[in-house]
Design a binder for this molecule. Structure first.
Ligand SMILES: [Zn+2]
Length: 414
């Protein structure tokens, strides 16, 4: 079969590794892969005469963005809702969220609670439009932890025996944790997410609570390692972060209350930090009530909002590997790209661009596949109306800054 061919013409290609821009490139794509990046003098293979053409004159072309913290089932602000709904309805809502993420320029996402192998397959086979998904199944939580979405008066929680899609799953004790991890590995998980401390969206825990016993965390890390994947942990406080990194957890979600000493542990352990700041700012605002966010969650977010920018500063000064993540929920998803603007208050543009491309690719174990524009890489490309190194905050409004999204070698419509 003849391959599908696409050519991006007159592209100024930005390499997130060193921030260099190379003008007047022709990016040649066959099926879902970049087969060559040519200069003006280079002859193009004849086969490309009939290729689909995207003219990028006057624009900057960057690799598709990676959002390393999403919940594709999080169509409601109450994260317990999808676990109580028809899975078919949940899939339809996930499809809607995914299509919108793709159009914003997120061509890859890491789902840290919710997405399953079925959703991954539906996108890979082209039945749903969406980003590439790196999933871990539901986030594992102890009873009363951040992945236990029951109110204090409710009895049943989702446990490892369920096959239904849900954002959180309760497992207590080493055997239950091992069984839950093994079950997610069986279902194709690319990582395992553990809730290792309190959070904002959970109704019954304190943000500063520690969650899971050390032996439970150790068991999850061992099972994940046995299967060649890693554990990522939800944690805000230095105590929860330090404990996780010491026990072999490779990545920390949020990390909002990070201090200098704990930041050093990331470097020592070659671990990753995925801050999610824009959602915190929005949750803490009076606006959040409009989006169905309970007052209890708003107060929790308010309590830690200021810490976020300080965390970025500490992480930057310590040389922590920072990855782009957002964690938007419910109707707030449309503000997903605001994360670029919030980070721009502290970080240089190139650091932010790297966090959403090459550094994220390293976290996913996809170096050489994702995060750069070069021969052999997957053809996920964005044609931008702005130069992100001059105005990265402009990416907060994708409708103005992202001209064309190319995903798997195809132009994304609409
Ligand atoms: Zn989350």
């Amino acid at each position: 079969m003849t391959p599908r061919r696409l050519e991006v013409l007159r592209a100024a290609v930005l390499d997130p590794v060193d921030g260099s821009r190379t003008p007047e490139r022709r990016i040649l794509v066959e099926d879902d892969r970049i087969v060559a990046v040519l200069g003006p003098g280079d002859p193009a293979p004849e086969a490309f005469e009939a290729a689909t053409r995207v003219d990028a004159a006057g624009r900057v072309v960057v690799p598709g963005f990676i959002d390393a913290h999403v919940h594709l089932l999080g169509y409601e602000s109450d994260l317990g809702v999808p676990g109580r709904e028809s899975p078919l309805y949940v899939a339809a809502r996930a499809g809607d969220l995914m299509g919108a993420m793709l159009r914003r320029g997120f061509t890859t996402v890491r789902d840290v609670g919710g997405a399953d192998h079925g959703l991954v397959r539906a996108v890979e086979e082209g039945y749903l439009a969406g980003p590439r998904i790196f999933h871990g199944g539901p986030a594992l939580s102890q009873t009363g932890g951040h992945g236990d979405f029951r109110g204090a008066g409710e009895v049943c929680a989702h446990s490892a025996s369920t096959a239904l899609p849900t954002i959180g799953l309760v497992a207590d004790g080493v055997p239950a944790v091992r069984a839950a991890v093994r079950n997610e590995i069986r279902r194709g998980a690319r990582h395992i997410k553990l809730m290792l401390g309190g959070g904002i969206a959970s109704p019954t825990d304190r943000i500063d609570s520690a969650q899971f016993a050390e032996e439970e965390i150790r068991a999850a890390v061992e099972e994940a390692r046995n299967a060649g994947i890693y554990v990522t942990g939800h944690a805000y406080t230095p105590a929860a972060i330090a404990r996780a990194l010491r026990l072999g957890v490779r990545c920390i979600e949020h990390g909002t209350l990070l201090d200098d000493e704990t930041a050093g542990l990331f470097v020592e352990n070659d671990a990753f930090l995925v801050p999610t700041l824009a959602i915190g700012t929005l949750l803490a605002s009076e606006e959040s009530a409009e989006f169905g966010v309970p007052e209890e969650s708003r107060r929790k977010a308010e309590g830690i909002r200021a810490a976020g920018t300080e965390m970025l500063r500490i992480a930057r000064d310590r040389g922590v590997q920072v990855v782009f993540g957002t964690d938007f929920i419910g109707p707030m998803h449309r503000f997903q790209s605001r994360e670029f603007a919030v980070r721009a208050e502290v970080l240089p543009a190139l650091d932010i661009l790297r966090s959403a491309t090459v550094t994220a690719a390293r976290l996913l174990g996809e170096e050489g596949e994702l995060g750069r524009i070069a021969e052999g890489y997957l053809a996920d490309l964005l044609v931008l109306d702005v130069d992100p190194l001059e105005d990265i905050a402009a990416l907060a409004e994708p409708e103005r800054s992202v001209a064309t999204v190319i995903s798997r070698g195809r132009v994304v419509e609409g």
